[in-house]
Design a protein around this ligand. Structure first.
Ligand code: G3I
Length: 450
């Protein structure tokens, strides 16, 4: 246990006493088409399922086999923090973080960057700085690190844990906060300039209970940022819960934040003793909120957890699935199959095919573009008959080159379903995506299915 983990442990303890009892798990019978991994099950409703990953565990075959089989999003647990990436001022070190990024991208997973600014795990040189020099050093850090990973990150936790525990609802004291109250918005603007393709998130713990002063403080900040055009796209709820699981109003919290115009995500989920009903309730809270785009557990096996004494994860120390795993899988498979994942405010649908003939499909492309690159999200909608497979033919803009893709297999111009998203009932849709260098908008040539 480290001193740095104490605030979140306190958070977990507080959650334990403040939770409302969760209901019994409603188990969903697996249908023939129910997906059998966390990532595939989440993808059926357009969401991801991720985990924190430690670089030094990538040589553990059990660890990587579970990682590659189950998860579609990766968060480096410690390797992107400022003490790891800038150990000496102006000297950047990306070896361990790059190992995780390369592993994830080569396995078709996306990456949540964690984090660009946090009062903990600052390198020694940063800890001893104050005022304007610290502000300038922090902004340089953000520019360099987000720039290094430009085009590879789905979402950055730009600022982590900047609000105080307790009843004040105000900012936490830190050397970063003492550079001026505008440090958070300046960090977000700097991150946007460094990697315009990444979603930019504020991430914190103990903001799951809607009635908590800390939750209200973060809500007011996000509301203010949205009203003034500060570039914020998402809020991460760490979700380090006690044995009782989430507060009864967690879904309300997620909905209320989403209504501000941001995505919401569960970014560091773990639950003391991993009660299946608590995990199911947590999962359903996300599934019931269209802008809740994904869930990440903070580690794979109990033995990987920062709270290993509480056995809070979905796999035991041997890598065997626990009862909580099944409850999460069943909850994911019980979600409506039609994705209602919204696009970010910067994303605008740009291409639409004409109405499909019976039995076929239509495809639309939504773009999030920046200077030199873009993320394209392609929505495939079944026509007047059910589909068991589909292929979309796309024309990429001249010079564009795909760097990574998700929820799809592709070869040349053809983009086809993977095992878990081929079946679409009449009128239902699914989404796949890819990131590319270059500029311009891909156009849909055809959408065919059987
Ligand atoms: O790598 C060194 C190793 O070389 C050394 O021998 C050992 C001795 O203590 O320390 C190792 O580093 C530790 C590192 O975890 C890797 O295991 C650090 O001391 C330790 O402080 C660090 O703890 C991390 C903690 O953040 C730091 O605050 C946890 O792994 C990590 O799970 C935890 O994650 C945080 C999120 O970033 C933010 N939200 C809360 C969450 C849990 O505290």
């Amino acid at each position: 246990m480290t001193s740095s983990s104490i605030p979140a442990l306190r958070a977990a303890a507080a959650a334990t006493v403040s939770v409302v009892a969760v209901g019994a798990v409603v188990l969903t019978a697996h249908t023939a088409s129910a997906a059998t991994t966390l990532g595939a099950s989440a993808a059926q409703s357009g969401r991801y399922f991720g985990t924190a990953v430690a670089a030094f565990k990538l040589s553990d075959a059990t660890y990587t086999s579970i990682l590659d089989r189950e998860f579609t999003m990766v968060t480096p647990e410690n390797e992107m923090k400022s003490d790891a990436t800038e150990p000496q001022q102006g000297q950047f070190s990306y070896g361990n973080a790059d190992r995780i990024v390369n592993h994830a991208l080569s396995a078709g997973m996306r990456i949540r960057g964690h984090n660009l600014a946090w009062y903990q795990q600052e390198p020694g040189w940063m800890q001893s700085m104050e005022g304007a020099p610290l502000r300038s050093a922090l902004l340089n850090h953000i520019t360099q690190v987000a720039g290094h990973y430009r085009g590879k990150i789905y979402a950055w936790d730009v600022v982590n844990e900047a609000f105080a525990d307790g009843g004040s609802g105000g900012r936490r004291d830190s050397n970063l906060q003492r550079t001026g109250n505008d440090w958070i918005e300046v960090a977000f603007r700097t991150a946007r300039a460094a990697d315009p393709g990444a979603k930019l998130c504020y991430n914190d713990y103990n903001i799951e209970d809607w009635s908590a002063a800390k939750t209200q403080g973060v809500y007011r900040m996000v509301q203010d940022f949205k009203s003034r055009g500060v570039p914020i796209d998402c809020v991460g709820f760490q979700a380090h819960f006690g044995a009782g699981g989430p507060p009864g109003n967690f879904q309300t919290t997620l909905s209320n934040f989403a209504a501000l115009g941001v995505d919401v995500q569960l970014t560091e989920l773990d639950i003391a003793q991993a009660s299946p009903s608590a995990y199911a309730a947590t999962t359903r809270a996300c599934l019931n909120v269209p802008r809740c785009t994904g869930i990440t557990t903070w580690g794979i096996r109990d033995s990987d957890s920062w709270r290993s004494g509480e056995n809070p994860l979905l796999f035991d120390g041997n890598g065997t699935k626990k009862a909580a795993y099944t409850s999460v899988l069943d909850a994911l498979n019980g979600a409506p199959p039609v994705s209602t994942t919204p696009t970010t405010p910067t994303t605008t649908p740009t291409t639409t095919t004409s109405a499909p003939p019976p039995g076929a499909c239509s495809a639309t492309v939504s773009m999030n573009a920046w200077n030199g690159g873009f993320v394209a999200t392609v929505r495939v909608t079944a026509g007047s008959a059910d589909l068991n497979s589909w292929t979309v033919t796309l024309n990429l803009p001249p010079g564009a080159s795909v760097t990574n893709a998700w929820n799809v297999q592709h070869s040349g111009d053809g983009w086809s379903n993977v095992a878990y998203n081929g079946h679409l009932a009449t009128g239902q849709y699914t989404e796949f995506g890819f990131q590319a260098t270059g500029s311009g908008t891909p156009t849909v040539v055809s959408c065919g299915g059987s």
